[in-house]
Design a protein. Structure first.
Length: 502
């Protein structure tokens, strides 16, 4: 496709750098929300009376709604117009954040997080598409997306710190309310500055059956893991949910093979390289998301860290991720095949996760947690660039948007499943440990110690499972991904592809 194919006329082109400010602000809000809530979760759980078995829904509800509806959100943006979808997404996200901040019980909180995910799924693809139609020059596009990507990486660090500050000095509710000014400024700026070129809409009919089947199938899958924690893996309802999930997702695949304008064209995922990337990333994120939840609770509940200290404690991982992405992945992806970056990257992350299996109630942050976080960040950061490049390798222009969105979908759905699955494993192991050891604890301090030891025992049991997931991700990459390394020129082309046709 020629570089000037989607050249924006007058106003859109002239205002592109102003528009980038507001689009980047919206991206910062979404990234902040992903980490800021984790830091506030222990305080919110206590205030709202959310059980240990249900606490993961604060994370899962958002991730599942976002991941399940991301492809649909992209299609809606193509149909409505990207500017309109972007502004509506921002307003809806702000309203959902206000609802979450004002929540008085767990159910309201879960609903607010799901609504945030719904509007986030509309907002994210619209933002990327707007950048695509406004930045058509190759060098400018690279610079614009570099800024956008830096905000995505740096925003995670800001989220950990801001979450700690707001929770400690104000209240956990402000981790939700803080989204409102971000959204209002970004929406107002986009309304007045963004000028979307005419004629860029895709008016194909919406694949409503695909949306319904995929969403219901994923909800059944995650809820099945949650039920397994409270009622056991052999419970009739648990088994029924898993069976329903398989049936619904199979029906989704059959539907996508037949409809004229599918939500997810199967040709996108059947390519071995793209399929290998989606599958390995999804499995790796299963390991990462659940472990973040446990580490947050370990630092605050077991070690007694304040929310702000917990936020700073995560910074080495963010630093490692940025180094892995910008210094290792970017420099080597044009020199070695992608599988020789992604495979070792997953194994380095697995080594970091292995260190976390050694956690005890008296473990030192400096000797155990710190090196684990650095390795996790370096490993996952190294995999990011080659994964993004392979996600669009050899894709047809009409499928470029959905191929790019599938990377986010695999991460969000993997996160939802990971949080539910690992929380189930941890809670079950904790319950068994406490039951076996509580009889020997005759005083209240001894009983409290057993409870803390049981919690850490549950965390490490689940983290062992996460180690296996990262090793499996490495094996999948080495087995399925066979693309050679790209030349510098082709890498530039590949990076540009996902933002040309959404």
């Amino acid at each position: 496709m020629p570089r000037t194919a989607s050249k924006a006329p007058g106003d859109a082109h002239a205002n592109r750098w102003k528009a980038l400010v507001f689009i980047a602000l919206a991206q910062l809000m979404v990234v902040l929300d992903a980490t800021i809530v984790n830091i506030a979760l222990p305080s919110a759980q206590q205030d709202l009376g959310i059980s240990d078995g249900n606490r993961q829904w604060v994370v899962t509800a958002y991730a599942l709604a976002f991941g399940g509806l991301l492809l649909f959100g992209g299609r809606v943006a193509d149909l409505w117009g990207r500017k309109r979808a972007f502004v509506i997404g921002l307003i809806g996200f702000a309203a959902a954040s206000a609802l979450g901040g004002a929540a008085t019980n767990g159910a309201t909180m879960f609903g607010a997080r799901a609504l945030q995910g719904v509007f986030g799924a509309l907002l994210a693809p619209a933002a990327l598409s707007l950048l695509a139609v406004m930045f058509t020059d190759a060098k400018e596009r690279a610079k614009a997306f570099g800024i956008y990507g830096a905000i995505a990486g740096g925003g995670g660090a800001v989220g950990f710190i801001l979450g700690g500050v707001l929770t400690e000095y104000l209240d956990w509710r402000w981790t939700f309310f803080v989204n409102i000014p971000f959204a209002i400024v970004a929406a107002a700026g986009a309304y007045f500055v963004v000028r979307e070129p005419e004629g860029g809409r895709n008016r194909s009919p919406l694949d409503i059956p695909g949306v319904v089947l995929s969403t219901l199938g994923l909800v059944s899958l995650v809820y099945g893991f949650t039920r397994a924690e409270s009622d056991g893996w052999s419970d009739t309802t648990t088994i029924s949910l898993f069976v329903a999930s398989v049936a619904l997702l199979l029906a989704f695949v059959l539907t996508e093979a037949k409809v004229k304008a599918p939500l997810l064209p199967l040709r996108v995922v059947t390519d071995r390289n793209r399929g290998g990337v989606y599958l390995s990333l999804g499995i790796a994120v299963i390991a990462m998301f659940g472990s973040f939840l446990f580490l947050t609770y370990y630092l605050q509940v077991v070690k007694g860290y304040s929310p702000i200290k917990s936020g700073f404690a995560f910074l080495p991982m963010v630093a490692g991720m940025m180094v892995g992405s910008t210094q290792i992945g970017t420099r080597l992806m044009t020199r070695v095949p992608a599988r020789f970056l992604m495979g070792p990257g997953f194994l380095v992350a697995a080594a970091g996760m292995f260190l976390l299996t050694q956690l005890e109630t008296g473990s030192s942050y400096a000797s155990t947690v710190l090196p684990a976080l650095v390795l996790l960040g370096l490993g996952m950061g190294t995999t990011f660039n080659p994964a993004m490049s392979l996600a669009t390798l050899g894709i047809e222009p009409r499928d470029a948007g959905v191929a790019s969105a599938m990377v986010n979908t695999s991460q969000q759905v993997g996160g939802a499943i990971g949080t539910a699955l690992l929380n189930t494993i941890a809670t079950s192991a904790t319950t068994a440990y406490v039951k076996d050891h509580i009889t020997g604890a005759t005083t209240k301090p001894q009983q409290q110690l057993v409870q803390l030891q049981g919690a850490v025992h549950g965390y490490t049991n689940a983290i062992w499972f996460a180690v296996g997931m990262l090793v499996l991700a490495a094996l999948i990459v080495v087995t399925l991904v066979n693309a050679g390394h790209a030349s510098s020129e082709s890498v530039e082309d590949e990076v540009a592809v996902p933002v040309i046709a959404h």
